[in-house]
Write a protein that binds this ligand. Sequence first.
Ligand SMILES: *Cc1c(COP(=O)(O)O)cnc(C)c1O
Length: 336
Amino acid sequence: MILDLRSDTVTQPTPAMREAMAGAPVGDDVFGDDPTINALQQRVAAITGKQAALIASSGTQTNLLALLSHCQRGEEYLVGQEYHTYRYEAGGAAVLGGIVPQPFEVEADGTLDLASVEKRIKPDDPHFPISRLLALENTHTGKVISQQYVNQARTLVDQYGLNLHLDGARLFNAAVASGCSLAELAAPFDSVSLCFSKGLGTPVGSVLVGDRDFIARAHRWRKMLGGGMRQAGVIAAAMDYALDHHINRLADDHANAKLLASELAKLDGITVEPAQTNMVYLNYDSHLTAQKVCQYLKQHDIIVGDSQRLRLVTHLGVPQTAIAHFVACFAAALRS
Ligand SMILES: *Cc1c(COP(=O)(O)O)cnc(C)c1O
């Protein structure tokens, strides 16, 4: 068995998930005729406490739909330098929407400093882009953003008439780790993007939630971007299956990440950051290059990134028994 710790996106659909996909009733979703899509969208709207929901192929697409639906050309969104919506989406909002990013350094806890944000909200002046949106991320690098902080961010955006978007690619992890419901976590936001192809283990699929008018605008953008799908109920069936069977088990991934962090911390020359959800970040000293460590592990059927600051991600393809095996191999790699 290959142990792949690079990301929770490497998860394979389980046999039971494939069975649910194979049996799903489908229709042409561009005509609004796919019953499995319609039911899944209603279900996700309900569990997040929003009026409406829209399926898309990826989290990059749901985030892009959100930015395009909140902001017009020449308007700006305030965002973290290291947030996915700024750094990892190929500049889509600027390229396709003429939307101006105003980035900030991300604080150690994954938040943005709200005093700095407030300073950069532009007054109505023809010199400036029009500030329209604040975009946050939860979890960020596996860290759960506190609800108290999110409420402060809401108060700030209300003061200036901005909207608030959440990239909640791993909001399911935040919900399980914090014990808060998805609806509680989503409540302060005008829109939330959720990924099902991370820890929830579907092969594809993200959902954007918000109010009815907002989702109608996103629906038009999705069509324009070529994101209208036909018998996509097979995807929605996997997502529905994941909602039933793969949320509570995220607690196992979190426990495995904590175990992994505490076992690695016992090794010499390694600095491990505490794990809050399913990600462990560590730095290690070695006479070997990161590439060599990576190659050594590969020979033992373990796949990790080739960086000296290593991210290890636990997921449904990582059983608890794999943790001790990984730590032993990693220690051996550093000694080799
Ligand atoms: C994975 C991820 C996304 C979406 O990525 P896709 O690969 O496009 O689904 C968005 N935000 C964060 C924080 C992510 O980790």
